[in-house]
Write a protein that binds this ligand. Structure first.
Ligand code: ZN
Length: 117
């Protein structure tokens, strides 16, 4: 079981990160696409890059929301694969980890093996 103070710290960390990320995703590059062709191509490229960044941010925000929900459900920090508790140290480093070290390693070897064939 995780201590209340640990969960509180994680929650604060998650909320803080979410705040930063949502601030970023609101940001829109001020691009003028009404110019000549070169400007338009460059502008579209920037918009593309921007939306990719936003997409990544949103995915991270989703992960954070999931983690926050799990804290409320008291299922936070349990490995999705084997339901073992993920060590606090690991969670501190990356609060939205959903699998433990050994399952992550297993998964990695699986991916590597799949790539080989
Ligand atoms: Zn596991």
């Amino acid at each position: 079981m995780f201590t209340k103070s640990f969960l509180k710290k994680i929650k604060e960390q998650l909320l803080q990160e979410k705040e930063i990320l949502s601030g970023k995703s609101i940001y829109r590059a001020d691009i003028d696409t009404d110019g000549d062709d070169t400007d338009e191509v460059q502008g579209n490229m920037l918009i593309e890059l921007e939306s990719q960044l936003n997409y990544r941010n949103n995915q991270k925000i989703n992960k954070i929301n999931d983690a926050l929900e799990k804290i409320e459900d008291k299922t936070y920090g349990l490995c999705q694969e084997c339901e073992e508790e993920i060590p606090e140290k690991r969670l501190f480093h990356n609060p939205y980890f959903v699998i433990c070290v050994s399952c992550a390693e297993e998964r990695e070897t699986e991916i590597k093996q799949r790539k080989r064939f």
